[in-house]
Design a binder for this molecule. Structure first.
Ligand code: SF4
Length: 456
């Protein structure tokens, strides 16, 4: 999961890209990068860490031009390093030709890399955007393809997820894998265009939302305006259902659905057949708030913001190593003083990955006086790894891949535990057949990743 932003024909485009990346910071906190152009050359800046720390005003002043693309990274493939920051710049004969930023993971990276290496190009990092950039660079320079034809060929050969933008000195391209795993949308205002992973990045700048970058389709903006090249490689649409459950901001429109509404429906379906008696519903903030609200409204039980989250600790789930993850849990949530004493609680969370975070939370609430904790999970058990851009751990570290629900309940210390079923999850979106559910059912629409990644 990463975040992308792009602007075309916007004065000081780099400033606007950074504002959009701020809105998408939840999609990646490990590095940020930006490439801009004024038509004469590409300007770039990269940094490890948050957008606000990477792009100070004096740096942005040097990122000239009215076209720019940017990226926030959350590593699923490759180390946290400057060489793996995006956008990736492709240079040929000493000249920077274009830059690429992508969100998603390719499952056949070794085959694509092999082709690039055999043609004499080098790979410096270990991330998918570099492979995309080098592949397109190989075909546009050595083999004299147009950029559009090179992207079409890439779409034919590549397996997996990529929502990508490509910036040359004169043109901006946006293209998305034929399954459309990861979100990407665009908006237009006055003379300029803005592209973002999530609509919230358009919303905060009051840019009207036009719609999604369609699956397998290439969008090109230049001085003549927008041209859309229709898709040639056709696959079944398979959006990531987890964008609705957890990743995307609730104020975004993703895959043409309002995320907060999907989350409220998830809560309603969790509540539908539940008979457990409790004093209140508490959601694990922030991603579970709307699921908890939907549950509480459906059952007529008070919804209480009983856990306070420290927003200056990163999202537990996307911390890249176990030490950070463990520290994050302890510092991240705090219960309201004395509130839990003697209370029966319905605790709502979006998902359970390893089970370690929720186990600590339940222990903390019981230490604070809660007499019963009934845990309700807004997704089915995660039994399989994701190969399309999400840092779920290796399968053997997923608690639901090795334990049944009752064993999980005992391990985490809940009094009762219910998960949402896949059938009910499917009812929460308008076009359920257009979604990937592979982390629940192991049915991978674009193959499995065989190459090692840093995910452990
Ligand atoms: S495997 Fe799960 S997390 Fe990965 S794309 Fe499919 S639904 Fe999303």
């Amino acid at each position: 999961m990463c975040g992308i932003a792009a602007f075309f024909k916007r004065d000081n485009a780099a400033f606007s890209v950074v504002e959009s990346l701020f809105a998408e910071q939840h999609r990646g906190q490990d590095s940020a990068g930006l490439v801009s152009t004024d038509g004469t050359r590409l300007y770039s800046h990269f940094g490890l860490g948050l957008v606000k720390d990477t792009f100070k005003e004096e740096i942005l002043q040097n990122l000239k031009g009215e076209r720019a693309i940017g990226h926030v990274r959350y590593p699923t493939q490759g180390r946290v390093s400057l060489s793996n920051c995006q956008p990736h710049i492709f240079s040929f004969n000493g000249e920077d030709i274009f830059a690429v930023a992508s969100n998603g993971d390719l499952t056949n990276l070794p085959e694509l890399s092999e082709e690039i290496l055999q043609e004499g190009l080098k790979l410096e990092g270990e991330n998918d955007a570099e492979v995309i950039a080098k592949f397109l660079g190989l075909y546009t320079t050595k083999k004299k393809f147009s950029i559009v034809d090179a992207i079409y060929l890439f779409m034919e050969k590549a397996m997996g997820a990529y929502s990508a933008v490509l910036l040359t000195k004169n043109e901006l391209f946006a293209f998305r894998d034929p399954w459309a795993f990861r979100p990407m949308c665009y908006g237009m205002k006055e003379n300029f265009v803005s592209i973002a992973s999530e609509s919230v990045a358009l919303d905060i700048l009051r840019i009207p939302y036009y719609g999604e970058i369609e699956a397998g389709t290439i969008y090109r903006w230049n001085d003549s305006g927008l041209k859309i090249f229709e898709r040639k490689t056709v696959k079944p649409i398979k959006h990531c259902i987890f964008e609705h459950i957890y990743f995307s901001r609730p104020d975004s429109i993703v895959f043409n659905e309002k995320v907060f509404e999907v989350r409220k429906k998830i809560g309603c379906f969790l509540a539908e057949k539940d008979k457990v008696v409790a004093d209140c519903v508490i959601a694990v903030p922030d991603s579970s708030n709307y699921i908890g609200l939907g549950y509480a409204e459906k059952r007529g039980i008070p919804f209480v913001l009983g856990l306070v989250r420290n927003h200056y600790v990163g999202r537990t789930f996307i911390a890249p190593d176990q030490i950070t993850r463990d520290e994050g849990v302890r510092f991240k949530f705090n219960p309201l003083p004395s509130f839990f004493v003697g209370k029966k609680i319905i605790l709502v969370d979006d998902s359970i990955v390893r089970g370690t975070t929720i186990k600590k939370l339940i222990r903390m609430l019981k230490e604070n006086g809660a007499t019963e904790i009934h845990l309700r999970i807004g997704s089915p058990p995660i039994r399989h790894s994701c190969f399309y851009g999400v840092d779920t751990p290796n399968k053997e570290k997923l608690i639901a891949s090795k334990m049944e629900v009752e064993e999980i309940r005992q391990f985490i210390g809940a009094d009762t535990l219910n998960y949402l079923s896949i059938e009910d999850l499917r009812k929460c979106v308008s076009t359920p057949e257009d979604y990937c559910y592979a982390c629940f059912n192991g049915d991978y629409p674009a193959g499995e990743k065989k190459h090692p990644s840093l995910v452990s």
